[in-house]
Ligand binder design. Structure first.
Ligand code: BYC
Length: 310
């Protein structure tokens, strides 16, 4: 069978493409693009939450947040490893992040101004991530699909810890409830932008869906997230900041207002509230971590030599 036919047959049978298999170069390139951007988002995502590690209101909350931030680093590692199976080098991908040649999610360019932001990130940002990422567990590329299974389990845990923290604020003082509402006001619209541009403007969707990398369109997943989140907002006693948000019985879904796509474009292009700060911090951490990478490489070399000698 021709290579292309074999590739098509694997997709048609809903089986997985593995690193050793032949694949079209455009399929490889789009996977590298998406997996790398996803990995970058995970490690940049450590910053807004990490900012609250020293300010968490109790030892319990600090320990939970520390574990969550470490999980994000782990997700980055699984994803860079998955990308490397496609023949790219992790250090090249990091260079592309640092120089702005590759993107990361717009959501992490917004600041965490208050403690409630940490819980709202868990509820809305991790909640959106789950809706977007559960279908990726069935992505046609094996290493990405397998990485996503573990990531999604951990994201579900993150989402629940965020919600649990917000329940505590709901049951707290008027000041705590006001802080919760203010955080929701600021994170709601950026969370909707996480799903990407509307379907009509999504350049990559049709190819990615034909290749079974993406299983649903950006708008379908965004709608699913809105429908899932509205009843959760009721439980928390918060108002989602959208005057056009209402149930549509005909569509059996919620209608919602227009997303500010100009703001989205600005943040993608680097002009969000925290883009510069995020990349500066990331680049500094990379430079400061040079000695750790050198030590790890030297240690690995020593261990390999020991095994070779034995
Ligand atoms: N931000 O053709 P489209 C997380 C870009 S991690 C920035 O629809 P695609 C978490 C897009 O890349 C969150 N850029 O693209 C971590 C494309 O530009 P290029 C990240 C965006 O790939 C820590 C252009 O716009 N999640 O949740 O078919 C703590 C046109 O878009 C964004 C993932 O990466 C955006 N929001 O669909 C807590 C999941 N949206 O590349 C949580 C995996 C779009 O052509 N990725 N762009 O220059 C995906 O599912 C898809 O890549 C997307 C976009 C749905 C994001």
């Amino acid at each position: 069978m021709e290579q292309q036919e074999q590739f098509d047959a694997v997709l048609a049978a809903d089986e997985r493409i593995e690193p050793r298999d032949w694949m079209p170069e455009k399929y490889r390139a789009t996977l590298i693009r998406q997996i790398a951007q996803h990995a970058h988002s995970e490690i940049i995502g450590m910053q807004p939450e990490g900012a609250w590690l020293t300010k968490a209101p109790s030892l319990r909350r600090k320990a939970i947040l520390l574990a969550k931030v470490q999980d994000e680093a782990g997700h980055g590692m699984y994803l860079y490893s998955a990308a490397e199976t496609l023949g790219v080098d992790r250090s090249d991908l990091l260079d592309r992040l640092h120089t702005g040649a590759q993107k990361y999610s717009t959501i992490f360019n917004y600041p965490t101004l208050e403690w409630a932001d940490v819980g709202v990130i868990g509820w809305l940002v991790d909640g959106a991530a789950i809706v977007n990422q559960v279908p990726l567990c069935r992505c046609s590329y094996g290493p990405y699909a397998r990485a996503m299974i573990r990531i999604c389990k951990e994201e579900s845990f993150h989402q629940r810890q965020g919600f649990e923290m917000l329940l505590a604020l709901r049951d707290g003082t008027d000041g705590q409830r006001a802080m919760l509402q203010d955080a929701v006001n600021r994170w709601w619209w950026p969370s909707l932008m996480m799903f990407g541009p509307p379907d009509g403007a999504s350049a990559n969707s049709s190819a990615s869906m034909a290749w079974k990398i993406k299983r649903h369109s950006n708008d379908d997943l965004r709608q699913r997230f809105v429908d899932m989140t509205v009843p959760q907002a009721d439980v928390l006693g918060v108002r989602l900041p959208d005057n056009d948000l209402r149930w549509n019985a005909e569509r059996n879904s919620h209608d919602f207002g227009e997303i500010d796509w100009e703001e989205f474009a600005r943040v993608v292009k680097g002009d969000g509230p925290c883009n510069t700060e995020r990349i500066e911090r990331r680049t500094a951490a990379h430079t400061e971590g040079e000695w750790v990478r050198e030590a790890a490489t030297a240690y690995a070399r020593k261990q390999a030599a020991k095994v070779g000698a034995a």
